[in-house]
Design a protein around this ligand. Structure first.
Ligand code: LLP
Length: 421
């Protein structure tokens, strides 16, 4: 459920007409709903309320300071994957003890910054990284809390580019090697082993792969405890999918997911962490764009928008489907016609949808891409020197620009000219 609905025939973001934001900000832009963000965070938080837990928002999905602050004030922790994300989380007021650090390539500098600034735990992805964390911690005279990310070799049944839990993926250590790696970790003086981490992929639409992975984690917990390790925390990753189409079979609810966690690992008495990104922010954001031209092509018609692949890369990158709806509600029963919906970038891949059935659409009309809040603005670029797409946050009947569109001068002046030119 989200808070982008038609009221009096006009699409609203909570209580604000989307067209009003477009008039103030210009298109294209992203707009997020505070109520939807909070609702989704609370669904996860409630789903785990049977035991000690922390919902660490995977901020890679959308990392604007205003979004982070909104979630942090509701009690969220953060899952970060770079020094930049760590700095963003701290700047948004998230204390170190609510930040977990994931990612396969943490540098010495990133590890150092997190140890100095405070960190809940590092999710270690390899033996060399484990040794590096121990070295950096020892040099600072501190002990780094860690979990080790295990790769359970489970098929997440999602798009290959976002599946992470198969043995051929670069993530984690093979679960079969886990006992040996934990033994080495326990012997390193800069580390304190506290738990196990697993994350098998993103946009999962079934619970079964989670069940397989979490059962393996439960078995491993018991083995590691028998080996003498104190396993008190399980980080179970993110990945629960969202409905991108109305016809889609609805993915499982956070409450079902919470029940599954309880069933598979609840008996172990561990503190549970999860790292959802997409489900918290995906349907809490839309991308609003204007039709520049309606072009009649050879055997197909095009809607040429002022948003492009640089603003929303998901269709080009993962063949992702986003619902595209007019900001002015079409009359019921109106005839639909197929359009290829494209952006102005000079690549054929700059196509949002092919043969999409749309109501009558004219130049100047506003269209909204639903489900664009996650992996939308964060994956945008200035390709074709198109200014980075702005972001807006709505709360009730108020809205605020939370990232402004840069001017051409700001873009150009970021470059510097060597003295020989
Ligand atoms: N934890 C870890 C270690 C991750 O790698 C990810 C996502 C998450 C949590 C959050 O997963 P979520 O709950 O959002 O599914 N750009 C792609 C998605 C990439 C996901 C990367 N890792 C897309 O647009 O579909």
């Amino acid at each position: 459920m989200d808070h982008f609905i038609y009221r009096d025939g006009r699409l609203h973001a909570e209580n604000v007409p989307v067209a009003e934001i477009a008039a103030a900000v210009g298109t294209p832009f992203y707009v997020y709903s505070t109520a939807t963000l909070l609702r989704h965070f609370t669904l996860f938080d409630d789903a785990l309320d049977w035991g000690p837990h922390l919902v660490c928002y995977a901020m890679k999905a959308a990392s604007n300071q205003a979004i982070l602050k909104t979630l942090a004030q509701a009690g969220a922790g953060m899952d970060v994957v770079s020094g930049g994300e760590y700095a963003r989380a701290r700047a948004a007021g998230v204390p170190g003890e609510r930040i977990v650090f994931s990612g396969v390539g943490k540098t010495h500098e990133e590890i150092r910054a997190a140890l100095i600034g405070g960190i809940r735990q590092f999710n270690v992805e390899s033996e060399p990284e484990m040794r590096a964390i121990s070295e950096v911690a020892t040099a600072l005279g501190v002990v780094a809390p860690i979990t080790i990310r295990v790769n359970p070799d489970v098929d997440a049944k999602t798009h290959a580019k976002i599946a992470t839990g198969k043995s051929e993926n670069k993530f984690g250590i093979p679960i079969a090697k886990a006992r040996a790696v934990y033994a080495e970790a326990a012997a390193l003086s800069g580390l304190k082993v506290i738990g196990i981490d697993v994350h098998i992929g993103s946009q999962l639409t079934q619970l079964e792969p989670f069940r397989q992975a979490y059962q393996k984690v439960a078995e491993l917990t018991e083995q590691l405890r028998a080996d003498g390790h104190q396993i008190t925390r399980l980080d179970l990753g993110g990945g629960l999918g969202i409905p991108y189409t109305r016809s889609n079979e609805a993915p499982p609810l956070p409450s079902d997911y919470g029940d599954l966690i309880r069933e598979t690992v609840g008996h172990l008495g561990c503190e549970i962490e999860i790292e959802p990104g997409r489900l918290i922010v995906g349907n809490a954001g839309i991308l609003v764009s204007q039709v520049i031209y309606v072009k009649q092509g050879e055997g197909r018609d095009f809607l040429i928008l002022d948003a492009a692949m640089n603003d929303l890369i998901r269709p080009a990158m993962y063949d992702a489907h986003h619902e595209i709806v007019p900001v002015v509600e079409p009359d019921a029963g109106v005839d639909l016609a197929p359009f290829d919906i494209v952006g102005p970038v000079c690549e054929t891949g700059d196509t949002f949808a092919k043969g999409r059935l749309m109501p009558p659409t004219a130049e100047g009309d506003l269209l909204a891409f639903r489900g664009a809040g996650a992996y939308g603005a964060v994956m945008s670029s200035e390709y074709n020197t198109r200014p980075l797409v702005p972001e807006v946050l709505v709360k009730g009947d108020q809205f605020a620009v939370i990232r402004a569109r840069p001017t051409f001068d700001e873009i150009i002046n970021r470059d510097t000219i060597p003295q020989w030119l």
